[in-house]
Ligand binder design. Structure first.
Ligand code: 13P
Ligand code: SF4
Length: 336
């Protein structure tokens, strides 16, 4: 299908908007607002998105908040400024809505670390285990799971199960180990990890703490145990953000993806937020997948309504069951 601008929409739907220039004189904020009205669209953004995208979003949240918003919205179109598994979750919850992702290549190293055929074999080797999967996984893994969790509700979900219940936890070994430690369980862990949260340097963080003795270290539970051990507070992105608003300290070393600093600084302008140093030469702890989305791609994707998340209906229904279970448990726990 060729439209007036010479854009092959079928190709874009398979690959994304990669080489298309947007007229630099356009006010993209105003254009996106117009498109939202015209198309009855909602823009959902994760805290790891670039600041401009966060500023134009209707809702910014962590993975749980975003799934809850996707479930509750009455918009006709969901534009998901996040990564593929997040948009896919929104589609699983909304068979009849159009769900768009500005860049289809926005994947997730953690999700990729758990291929469904391998996980199926692992599950079959432990038939007496219940499967709890972190939402950072593909629909194929969700379909093989009993309950989905996020970093906000993982401990509450695990704690709600009988102590004798054997559990497989996938795909994040660091979050799984943290839940094992805090809930006194011995869940079987899939050996997956997030490339962003595994990169923090304990040595550099320790030095930074010496230089800023007043700063508290706050960390996401996807970080390795060595970092979590010295953290003053551990939580999901929303929990970290709330902590920095209510806690009395004036500065924080933040061990998660840097996108969250935008809301932290906005909500507490007088406080200082220092990104935790990673163990790499570029000193960058951006998620390369999250940062594939740009304001330009967001605009183009809303204008042309591609790339769209498509799903096999049988897979969708299978993957929906453990997500529904998570959403129901979260309601019961008052996590809304
Ligand atoms: P939360 O959104 O649950 O804080 O998880 C962070 C993350 O890694 C999302 O990819
Ligand atoms: Fe995946 Fe890590 Fe990026 Fe989150 S931060 S999307 S877990 S690679």
């Amino acid at each position: 299908m060729l439209v007036d601008l010479g854009i092959d929409l079928d190709k874009v739907n398979r690959t994304g908007f990669y080489d298309i220039d947007v007229d630099p004189s356009l006010d993209l904020f105003a254009e996106i607002e117009k498109l939202k009205q015209e198309k009855n669209a909602i823009v959902l953004a994760h805290y790891y998105q670039e600041p401009d995208i966060q500023d134009v979003a209707d809702y910014i949240g962590d993975s749980l908040g975003l799934a809850q918003k996707a479930e509750a919205t009455d918009a006709s179109m969901i534009v998901f400024a996040g990564v593929h598994f997040m948009a896919e979750t929104a589609k699983i919850l909304n068979a009849n809505k159009k769900v768009l992702l500005p860049d289809l290549k926005a994947g997730c190293s953690l999700s990729d670390s758990c291929p469904p055929p391998l996980f199926k074999k692992f599950k079959e080797a432990h038939p007496d285990h219940l499967v709890i999967s972190y939402i950072n996984c593909s629909a194929g893994i969700k379909a093989l799971s009993d309950i989905i969790c996020t970093s906000s509700n993982a401990k509450a979900i695990v704690d709600s199960l009988p102590r004798e219940q054997k559990i497989i936890f996938a795909p994040d070994k660091n979050l799984g180990a943290y839940i094992n430690k805090t809930s006194g369980r011995d869940m079987l862990l899939w050996n997956g990890a997030c490339m962003v949260h595994e990169i923090f340097s304990l040595q550099k963080i320790t030095k930074l703490k010496e230089r800023h003795p007043e700063a508290k270290l706050i960390a996401h539970p996807e970080c390795e145990d060595a970092v979590l051990r010295i953290a003053d507070y551990i939580g999901s992105t929303t929990q970290l953000l709330k902590y920095t608003q209510t806690d009395k300290s004036s500065s924080y070393i933040v061990a998660t993806e840097t996108g969250i600093l935008h809301q932290m600084q906005k909500n507490a302008p007088s406080k200082t937020f220092i990104p935790a140093p990673p163990d790499n030469a570029c000193a960058c702890n951006d998620c390369p997948h999250m940062k594939l989305n740009t304001l330009e791609k967001l605009y183009l994707c809303m204008k042309y309504e591609v790339p769209e998340i498509m799903m096999d209906e049988e897979l969708r229904l299978q993957a929906k069951k453990p997500i529904d279970r998570m959403l129901e448990l979260s309601r019961q726990f008052g996590l809304v």
